[in-house]
Design a binder for this molecule. Structure first.
Ligand SMILES: N[C@@H](CCC(=O)N[C@@H](CS)C(=O)NCC(=O)O)C(=O)O
Length: 208
């Protein structure tokens, strides 16, 4: 049987977390470069798979799925174990809650800050705006830090799909040349993620 495919360039945080999930679940996939310098994502064939023209898109035979966190949930449920996709309904709901929080609440200041600092030429950067996005991101990371002071992993006692949603934020936050408040629990969590081979392979990539 053909391997499932993940469409999307390796530098995309949303692709990185899908690849990390597949690796943690033991699912062998083929990743195909699409997006940014590779293009393809606005071609009709791709828009049939994902009408948004964004990456990632997970394709297994005639089944196509987009939205990174939805792909993570699907892969974790169908191919992972009951820890990655927690058996307990409440633990699972909390995992899902943090995943949504990452993509929405945390992503709102963090996404534009990252794009502004890494993918925008220096002469076009609005430094005041970037500073306000950095401050707002730091405030939101404090909420994460508080959570990780109460439990070792986002959903509680075990590593789950929820942690995967935060991996690329950590690589970016801790490796950008910016001022950061001390957030010990979040730093400690990051150190533990770096002990996971799949995290190192798929997420801890140079910032581009
Ligand atoms: N909410 C979507 C966001 C997808 C998204 O914004 N993808 C970006 C990359 S992270 C993209 O496709 N950008 C255009 C490109 O790479 O050409 C998800 O989580 O999958």
């Amino acid at each position: 049987m053909a391997k499932p495919k993940v469409y999307g360039r390796a530098s995309s945080g949303n692709v990185q977390k899908v690849m990390w999930t597949c690796a943690e679940a033991g699912l062998d996939v083929e990743r195909i470069d699409v997006g940014l310098q590779f293009g393809g994502n606005n071609e009709p064939w791709y828009k049939k798979l994902n009408p948004n023209g964004l990456v990632p898109c997970f394709v297994d035979g005639d089944f196509a799925l987009w939205e990174s966190n939805t792909i993570i949930r699907y892969v974790a449920e169908h191919y992972g174990n009951r820890k990655l996709f927690p058996e307990d309904q409440k633990v699972r709901a909390v995992a899902s809650q943090w995943m949504d929080w990452a993509n929405t609440y945390l992503g709102i200041p963090f996404g534009p800050m990252y794009l502004g600092m890494v993918r925008t030429p220096p002469e076009k950067r609005d430094l005041n705006h970037l500073e306000s996005l950095r401050k707002e991101s730091a405030k939101r990371f404090q909420i994460l830090d508080q959570r990780l002071g109460e439990v070792p992993y986002l959903a509680g006692k075990e590593f789950t799909m929820a942690d995967i949603a935060f991996g690329y934020f950590a690589n970016r936050w801790f490796n950008l040349p910016i001022e950061r408040p001390t957030l010990k629990n979040w730093e400690n969590w990051f150190a533990r993620m770096k002990e996971r081979p799949a995290y190192m392979t798929h997420v801890m990539l140079p910032l581009t």
